[in-house]
Every structure is written in C-alpha cells, then in structure tokens.
Design a binder for this molecule. Structure first.
Ligand SMILES: Nc1ncnc2c1ncn2[C@@H]1O[C@H](COP(=O)(O)OP(=O)(O)OP(=O)(O)O)[C@@H](O)[C@H]1O
Ligand SMILES: [Mg+2]
Length: 265
C-alpha cells in the first residue's frame, strides 16, 4: 500500500536497448541535462559496467568510491552514492566495472529483480526531491536491465537510424511484456527515439518511415540528428548542452525534454 504521508516520488525512466552503440548513454546524459536546464531535479543511475554515463558527466574513476554496485547489493545510504555533477540540478550514481560481477551476484539474491526498485524507493531518497530518475542500461537484456525495468515507470528506447534498427525491437518488447507479467504490470513505453539521424541519407528516412508505420504514436516526434558536437562532448566530460549549447544536438535534446514533459502532463 502506498504511504500517503510521503510525497509522490520521481518519474523513473529506463533508457534501454540491448543493441550496442545506439545512443542510450548519449540520450541519458543529454536528456538529463535538458530536463535540469528546464529547472527539474534529475538523478542519473549508471547501470552499465562500462561507466560511460559517469565519465560523460565528469565523474573520474578515482572518485567512484561508492557506486550503483553498492546501491544494489550493500546497505548504503543514498547520500553516500549520489554525487553532484557540474550541471545544476543534475546528480548521478556512478558505475565502475565492478557492476559486471553484480549481474552474477544478483542471481544468488532472492529479491534479485527488485533491488533497484527498492533502493530507489527507500524513504531516504525523498530528501533529494528528484523529478526524474533516468537509468542508463547496459547493451544486454540481463538482470541489470530487468532491475531497471522493474524499478521504472516507463522505458525509453533509442533507435539508431540505420539498417536493421528495428530488428532487435521484438526481443526488447518481449522482455517488457515479461517484466509486466512478473512484477511491474504498469510498465509503459515512454517512446522510441530515433538517434543519429542524417537528413541527407535516404536510409535514415526509410528507418523513420518504417518505425512510424510500425510503431505509430510510440515514436517521439523529436528526432536526434547525427551531430559531431554530440560525439565530442563526452571527451570534455560534459553534456552537449554545456559543451555547445546552440548545436543541433543540444537543440534536439531540449526539444525531447519538452516533448517528454508534455507527455507527462
Ligand atoms: N546524435 C549523435 N551524433 C553523433 N554521434 C552520436 C550521437 N549519438 C551518439 N553518438 C555517438 O555514438 C556512439 C554510441 O553512442 P552511445 O554511447 O550513447 O550508445 P550506447 O547505446 O550507450 O552504447 P552502449 O550500448 O555501448 O552502451 C558514441 O561514440 C556517441 O558519441
Ligand atoms: Mg551506453
């Protein structure tokens, strides 16, 4: 039963696609930055042992003493694992390679699929007053990703605008259906986001047409263009919104934030 004395918690969104390199981390970082720029309080949970979201948001490896691993598997206070970033209102739970063994250790835990769900809903989280929590998932449909989907209200699916883009979607949709049956019956699809879109390339347009024909309203109106500033920003450890605020990529992620907040009333 929900506790009416507690504030309504943040909206939790898992950014997932088991296909590698489709723009999950880029979307997590820049959507988070765009929402923060709009005055929201945002937590990014880096759920990928690669730790790309942590690096991209400027958390050095030596500053990752407590990470998502401890959040999931150890008794640790949220204020110990949540770190500030350079962007006002944007916080992160970082990850390191340690998380790759968590996927195995989770199997031995009877609450294995619910660890992130429970961690993000403990009362000590309330003080942060987050509006959104964005979870950057690994490129796999493993227990970490299932934890994200059990914890989340919705899944945002980045889709790279290239050949075979739609191929892996049926597997992802199957996993979402299984999660609905096994512990999170209200899990929604927040939307499918076309990334690395190249207007001069017929293939991008074809992927967009296919996606809109097959998935209809599920596809975000906003499309993220392929933009070199977006790919440069992580090496300067900042979102593209800070690195080059007027770049096409930054503008697109601001549009996405607006579309997402509109959809969420
Ligand atoms: N809009 C864009 N324009 C140009 N390059 C982009 C864009 N989006 C992502 N990239 C680049 O594409 C590569 C893959 O992006 P990203 O790391 O976000 O994908 P991912 O799905 O998180 O990958 P993984 O599955 O390994 O976690 C990165 O080098 C990133 O900089
Ligand atoms: Mg990634």
């Amino acid at each position: 039963m929900s506790d009416l004395s507690r504030p309504t918690g943040p909206k939790i969104i898992a950014i997932a696609n088991q296909k590698g390199g489709v723009g999950k981390t880029t979307t997590t970082i820049n959507l988070a930055a765009a929402l923060a720029e709009a005055g929201k309080r945002i937590l990014v949970v880096d759920l990928d042992p690669q730790g790309n979201a942590s690096t991209g948001l400027g958390i050095e490896v030596e500053d990752r003493e407590y990470t998502t691993y401890e959040l999931l598997l150890d008794d640790i206070e949220p204020e110990q694992v949540i770190q500030k970033t350079e962007t006002e209102g944007l916080f992160i739970v970082p990850a390191t390679v340690d998380l790759s063994s968590a996927d195995i250790e989770l199997f031995a835990n009877e609450k294995r699929s619910f660890l992130l769900h429970d961690a993000l809903r403990q009362t000590q989280m309330d003080q942060f007053q987050f509006d959104y929590i964005l979870i950057d998932c690994p490129p796999s449909l493993n227990l970490l990703t299932v934890n994200a989907m059990i914890a989340a209200h919705s899944v945002l699916v980045p889709l790279q605008s290239e050949f075979f883009a739609l191929e892996g979607l049926s597997q992802l949709m199957l996993t979402i259906r299984e999660v609905r049956q096994s512990g999170n019956k209200d899990l929604r699809i927040e939307g499918v986001l076309l990334t690395m879109y190249d207007r001069r390339n017929n293939l991008s347009q074809q992927v967009e047409n296919d996606a809109r024909a097959n998935l209809g309203e599920l596809v975000f109106q906003t499309v993220i263009p392929r933009n070199v500033r977006v790919s440069e920003a992580p090496s300067f450890a900042m979102p593209v919104l800070s690195y080059d605020p007027s770049s096409k990529g930054a503008v697109a992620y601001r549009d996405l934030a607006l579309e997402l907040t509109k959809n969420n009333g």
